[in-house]
Design a protein around this ligand. Structure first.
Ligand code: TYD
Ligand code: MG
Length: 454
């Protein structure tokens, strides 16, 4: 094939240069030039035609708005994260650390789908033999599961064109290379070009494409967020590789709600869905320990109970602040609020905070639980037994309400918790059976009330 001309264009401002250079000639930012194909493979006209079909103008009300048909994968927790199933022509990106279970999940999903649908698994990472062995170990029915071990984009596109599967998995986007670019597989230029071409094909043909993406050390998908813009749905696999639980979370979904999560356990027979995960992230202590506080967090439509652990220890030198599964910046802010408004001093202490079970918590409603865990560790006094906590803490020391407070309380009551320290604004009008509510307005009040409880 004739070599296509490539240029280097800036990811920040779009300026282009004929050769690679460290600094963008347009905006002067460093390290932003990436290789791109100079002339698009398809002419711009045919590209627009592919996306829009006809170019006739319509008003929105004329367009028939119907729900996309969903193709459930048969792996129910995966479908939940997808918002009900796969959509024809949709492009899904699944990111996650190596070894977390991306290939396993997709192999299971494709095997389920292959019963009634035409599916294709493209692997650039493992050989056919390795995949076949895994499928056998998982006792999957693979009679109709087609496999292509290939990393050349043009060959993959040609196969997809001729085979026309309903669903195709590309494992992984970082191993693909297009012969139109000279950069190495996995480089930003290659990843972007390959994803764009596959997306174009998906839109043209209605094939659902699932891309596997590796996460860089910094935790983002390689190809600085370029992929997230191109695709329709972005799912992330989370979880501690040392524990068997895995979460799959939608961070972008053009066809459904985000922050819906699917919960799995990794077993010797692959990933198994966990239907009732609310008590998964509680560690089982024989007795109450200082520095531990149970938070009710809300993930999509489901409340989850997560144990927050804090360790506060005399610092030698610079005081350290470290979080696992929670935002580090937020911890610094909470410590400042605790000092200013409740008079609890931590500047000469190392503070470590951990969300048990490898779950990542991003909602601010975790604030109060983090704060109480810190106070408990500092005073070396366990929090009252059977207590759950949620609520956001503001800079003025106020405690703000969390969404869906009632649901959180009900879930906690169901799991046998008897007391809840929550924002005043979340206090239910009707008492909830089995749970005593301690409603607080301010941080100092929360710390004070803690002292009164046993
Ligand atoms: P894999 O799907 O290969 O991860 P990824 O594609 O995200 O890199 O998962 C591999 C890990 O899962 C590996 O550490 C072994 C574990 N595993 C099990 O525990 N049970 C199983 O049945 C399978 C297939 C894998
Ligand atoms: Mg893999």
């Amino acid at each position: 094939m004739a070599k296509v001309k490539t240029i280097y264009s800036c990811t920040e401002c779009g300026a282009s240069a004929p050769k690679w250079q460290g600094q963008c000639p347009g905006c002067g930012v460093w390290n932003t030039l990436v290789e791109t194909v100079a002339e698009p493979v398809a002419s711009s006209n045919s590209r627009f035609a592919a996306l829009g079909g006809t170019a006739k103008l319509q008003t929105l009300s004329e367009i028939e708005a119907r729900e996309e048909d969903r193709l459930p994968t048969g792996v129910s927790e995966f479908d939940r994260a997808l918002g009900g199933g796969l959509v024809a022509g949709g492009v899904v990106l699944i990111g996650g650390d190596p070894g977390i279970g991306k290939s396993t999940l997709l192999l299971q999903a494709l095997a389920e789908l292959s019963g009634a649908n035409h599916v294709l698994y493209v692997s650039g990472e493992e050989s056919g033999q390795q995949i076949a062995m895994r499928a056998r170990r998982l006792s999957l029915d693979t009679k109709n599961l087609k496999l292509l071990a290939e990393i050349n984009l043009e060959k993959i596109l040609a196969t997809l064109q001729s085979e026309r599967p309903q669903v195709a998995v590309i494992d992984s986007i970082q191993t693909l290379w297009s012969d139109q670019l000279s950069s190495a597989p996995g480089s930003v230029a290659q990843v972007r070009e390959c994803a764009a071409q596959l997306t174009r094909l998906a839109k043209q043909t209605g094939i659902t494409v699932i891309l596997v993406g590796h996460v860089t050390k910094e935790g983002s998908l390689a190809g600085p967020r370029v992929l997230e813009h191109i695709v329709d749905t972005v799912l992330y696999f989370e979880g501690d590789t040392h524990s068997s639980f895995r979460l799959i979370r939608a961070v972008k979904n053009r066809y459904g709600a985000v922050n819906e999560i699917g919960v799995f356990a990794m077993t010797d027979k692959g990933l198994k869905g966990v239907n009732n995960p609310s008590a998964l992230f509680l560690s089982q202590h024989g007795q109450d320990v200082p520095g531990s506080c149970v938070l009710v967090t809300q993930e999509g439509t489901r409340p989850l109970l997560v144990e927050i652990q804090a360790l506060v220890d005399q610092s030698h030198g610079n005081a350290r602040r470290l979080t696992v599964g929670l935002e580090a910046q937020r911890l610094a802010m909470l410590l400042a609020v605790l000092h200013r408004h409740a008079g609890v001093v931590c500047f000469d202490q190392d503070v470590f905070v951990n969300a048990v079970g490898g779950v990542k918590i991003t909602e601010p409603a975790a604030d109060l639980a983090v704060l109480l865990a810190i106070v408990s560790s500092l005073k070396n006094r366990p929090l009252p037994a059977k207590l759950i906590v949620f609520g956001e803490v503001g800079l003025a020391g106020e405690i703000r309400p969390a969404p869906r407070g009632q649901e959180r309380l009900r879930e906690a009551a169901k799991l046998g918790f008897t007391r809840a320290m929550i924002p005043e604004a979340n206090k239910p009008k009707q008492p909830i059976a089995g749970i005593e509510v301690i409603a607080v307005r301010r941080v100092e009040e929360a710390v004070e009330r803690l002292r009164e409880l046993d």
